[in-house]
Design a protein around this ligand. Structure first.
Ligand SMILES: Nc1nc2c(c(=O)[nH]1)N[C@H]1C(S)=C(S)[C@@H](COP(=O)(O)O)O[C@H]1N2
Ligand SMILES: [Mo]
Length: 245
């Protein structure tokens, strides 16, 4: 546990969630250290832990915005103009019943509200009241096949150089009861800056796992051919794939 926290704090010193640090990029020793510790972390901490849930009075009414810029392309502008009535979430890949969901179709799958703390590796936290659809309910609807191992979240924003943000969870993390496809923050529909219309909230893991602006959820057997092969935009830059808190 101490070791994982040390890794998290050394990462935040090097790069946080901001521009990629040359030090992290160029440092093979850091990469090797991360790669060797990660399986150990996963085994020691596991994903059965439950994140603390807070009271209404703990909610931070001004929830910080972080990460890449809100999408500003014509597709996103069109979704925004329709108040997301034209939004469809694609859920496909290694599933028996690939489907697309409007926001109201998603809401019919299930509902959960949880007040949890978001922890960014840059060293800030914020408590928010998140409502939406438990990801396990979405997975139940599409029925992952027996070869399914991971759930990949494809986002609408990019790093400014054209590489799209993405993230992934394994099926066990995806089926954690607190893993939420959030549609609302603090009793209001998600605003564009916090990932509207649909974002992930994984309160058991660091903030970069909680992908904003999700366009598509793809169930896969392997992460090897997705992005740079490390399971997420920041993972491809050297962050740990398993980011349990
Ligand atoms: N699509 C996308 N999701 C993202 C990011 C991003 O840049 N793009 N940044 C991540 C990071 S590092 C953090 S801390 C949180 C910030 O969420 P917030 O803006 O709602 O505070 O979003 C995460 N999800
Ligand atoms: Mo972050």
């Amino acid at each position: 546990m101490k070791r994982r926290l040390f890794i998290a704090s050394s990462l935040s010193a090097l790069a946080g969630c901001g521009p990629i640090s040359a030090a992290l990029n160029d440092n093979d020793a850091v990469r090797r250290a991360l790669a060797s510790v990660e399986p150990l972390n996963h085994r020691l901490i596991g994903t059965r832990g439950v994140a603390r849930e807070y009271a209404e009075s703990d909610v931070d009414r001004h929830f910080r915005v972080n990460g890449f810029a809100t999408p500003s392309d014509s597709h996103y502008a069109d979704l925004l103009a329709s108040k997301f009535a034209r939004y469809r979430l694609i859920v496909d890949g290694a599933v028996d019943r690939p489907q697309t969901f409007s926001l109201s179709a998603l809401e019919r799958l299930g509902a959960r509200t949880q007040i949890t703390r978001h922890d960014c590796v840059e060293g800030w936290s914020a408590i928010g009241k998140w409502s939406g659809v438990p990801l396990p309910d979405v997975l139940d609807a599409v029925r992952p096949r027996s070869d399914a191992r991971y759930v990949v979240f494809r986002c609408m924003d990019n790093d400014g150089a054209g590489t799209l943000y993405y993230e992934s969870l394994d099926l066990q993390q995806a089926r954690h009861p607190q893993t939420l496809l959030a549609l609302r923050l603090n009793d209001a529909p998600l605003d564009p800056e916090h990932g509207a219309p649909v974002r992930l909230r994984v309160p058991t893991q660091l903030g970069y796992k909680s992908a904003k602006w999700i366009a598509r959820i793809e169930v896969v057997g392997s992460l090897a051919n997705i992005g740079g092969g490390h399971g997420g935009y920041w993972e491809d830059q050297g962050y740990e794939w398993y980011a349990g808190i």
